[in-house]
Design a protein around this ligand. Structure first.
Ligand SMILES: [Zn+2]
Length: 334
């Protein structure tokens, strides 16, 4: 087959560089409804290599929207079956698959990608892939859906807001841990129970999958504006809302301060936050520091013991005289 002919229509687009696609690779985490669509687009468009990661098997209830799968596939591996179908669509593409949890795939697989695309349905998995993208410093395209509602976002680690910088993740989810940077945070990570099945339809997955695939292509081709804010789509009312996101310095995944060296302090149970702050001001020559615990600034009138309610709490000290926060491990003695 004439490969120039295959890609001839997209090459009519100003700025389209097929060579860039032909030398790029993507990792796709999750090949359900949205993932099937993203994979089909990337493979049809002529990306060099696609790596699919999914440990799931195909169920009858997937067939209304997971367009790469047929009746006869029920019970088979999603990643393997998708790889086979995608090879039929475009035999020129190198397609690897891992029928595994993404957490069990070697870091080197993520490191080698030019872009990571995550089509995952749980917060814990999204948080994990986000922290992996931050760790290997690769652009991440994320998205999800619920019935006729969908969202999409592009994350450029250390440049734009990551999944955890944004205020849209429920706080109880943020309180859990999955950053590969922090072993102690990892330890108290709770497993989220897989809840009841979520409502899902084909058109929404094609729309969100289409936006995500488009963002992945734009990243590779270095075309247009990146969707680094949060796009929210309501299919029932044909409404698109873009929520502006800001990168957060206190972010548990991409914030700098979680990597700092820590300093140990002992405080008395009778000390207030104000008393302790005064000590820090004298010790470090600070002007008016804020003390932050678990992402919140402590009320200076409260007693330290009441404010932090845990032994060996990690507190960050923020002050305009500091180029970066001071990380303190605080022990309270009676
Ligand atoms: Zn972040």
């Amino acid at each position: 087959m004439d490969e120039d002919e295959r890609y001839s229509r997209q090459q009519l687009i100003p700025g389209w560089d097929q060579f860039k696609l032909d030398t790029s690779s993507a990792v796709l985490a999750g090949i359900g409804a949205i993932g099937s669509y993203v994979a089909t687009v990337l493979v049809s468009s002529g990306i060099k290599k696609l790596t699919i990661i999914d440990f799931d098997t195909i169920e009858t209830s997937n067939l209304n929207r997971q367009l790469l799968f047929k009746d006869e596939d029920v019970g088979k591996s999603k990643s393997e079956t998708a790889a086979k179908r995608l090879k039929e669509i475009n035999p020129n593409i190198k397609i690897d698959f891992f029928h595994k949890k993404m957490q069990d795939v070697s870091v080197s697989v993520y490191e080698q990608a030019d872009v990571i695309v995550a089509c995952l349905d749980t917060f814990i998995d999204r948080r994990w892939i986000n922290s992996m993208a931050v760790r290997v410093k690769k652009p991440l395209v994320m998205g999800g859906m619920f019935a006729f509602l969908g969202n999409a976002q592009v994350i450029i680690p250390h440049e734009t807001a990551c999944f955890e910088c944004q205020p849209l993740v429920p706080e109880e989810e943020l309180a859990q841990a999955c950053s590969p940077f922090g072993e102690e945070r990892k330890k108290d990570r709770k497993e989220i129970e897989i809840g009841p099945p979520l409502p899902a339809v084909a058109p929404l997955s094609s729309i969100i999958g289409g936006i995500m695939a488009q963002e992945a292509l734009k990243l590779i081709l270095e075309l247009g504006e990146k969707l680094t804010n949060y796009l929210f789509y309501d299919g029932l009312n044909n409404a698109v809302t873009i929520i502006e996101l800001e990168k957060s310095k206190e972010c548990p995944a991409c914030g700098e301060m979680y990597k700092l060296e820590q300093i140990e302090f002992v405080a008395l149970s009778t000390e207030t936050v104000k008393d302790f702050r005064m000590r820090l001001m004298l010790t470090y020559g600070l002007e008016k520091p804020d003390l932050m615990f678990q992402g919140k600034i402590l009320d200076i009138e409260s007693f330290l013991e009441d404010a932090i309610k845990t032994d060996k709490a990690v507190i960050f000290v923020l002050d305009k005289n500091l180029a970066q926060p001071i990380k303190i491990v605080l022990q309270i003695s009676d």
